[in-house]
Write a protein that binds this ligand. Sequence first.
Ligand SMILES: Nc1nc2c(ncn2[C@@H]2O[C@H](COP(=O)(O)OP(=O)(O)OP(=O)(O)O)[C@@H](O)[C@H]2O)c(=O)[nH]1
Ligand SMILES: [Mg+2]
Length: 232
Amino acid sequence: MGWMHTARFLTTAAQLHHLPPIDVPEIAFVGRSNAGKSTCINTLTQQKQLAFASKKPGRTQHINLFALGKQGVTDAVLADLPGYGYAAVSRTDKQRWQQVMVNYLISRTSLSGIVLLCDPRLGLTELDEALLEVVRPRVEEGLKFLVLLTKADKLTRSEQAKVLSITRLQAGGGEVKMFSALKKQGVDDVAQLLWQWAHPERPAPQAQAEAPDGPEAGPQAGAPEISDQNSL
Ligand SMILES: Nc1nc2c(ncn2[C@@H]2O[C@H](COP(=O)(O)OP(=O)(O)OP(=O)(O)O)[C@@H](O)[C@H]2O)c(=O)[nH]1
Ligand SMILES: [Mg+2]
């Protein structure tokens, strides 16, 4: 979709208070390290190196924002987040990042949608479940949410069908899709969904779908501390 191809780098921040306030819908790509977040952004935007992707887990270490919109007018922002669960990171660094991410997910006012990327060969892990718990109140208030099972090219059709149904159950009926950057599977589908998220007042081009309600999620005070048991 042409809209996605307009993506351009906006800013990068290691800490939440360094992120600029945004007055358009912001869509965050979150998930375990190496799940394929940066690659997914590059595939959707058809730009090879917009987001830094790497074989080495832990490649993305900042929150990177990309602006979307035609004629230079920004009407949405994508956020590429560092992954969690990377074993080689020190405990202190892990906890620091987990706290930044939880605070981001809970308090970022412009956050309108979350794409949780997951390697279907691992499935939703404890860390992903902990993230689901953190965002549940905002999802109940209207925040858009999609679980994207990446690297579909690594699975057969029947394995894909199986993992889709298991993940749908785990995600409590939330939306789940398959994606492959390598085979370009699911690209148009996801691009169309994100367009709808960012333009809730307008029906999607080529789609008869009813326009969903606008993102109503507001900030919530007091980010909870993460305990060792449910840490991301
Ligand atoms: N086969 C296959 N490999 C993929 C796909 N998407 C990503 N990868 C590979 O998975 C590895 C990790 O991709 P990244 O996009 O850097 O993952 P990330 O989630 O951004 O990782 P962090 O920044 O560490 O959190 C890279 O080697 C990618 O080439 C896919 O659809 N198919
Ligand atoms: Mg990355």
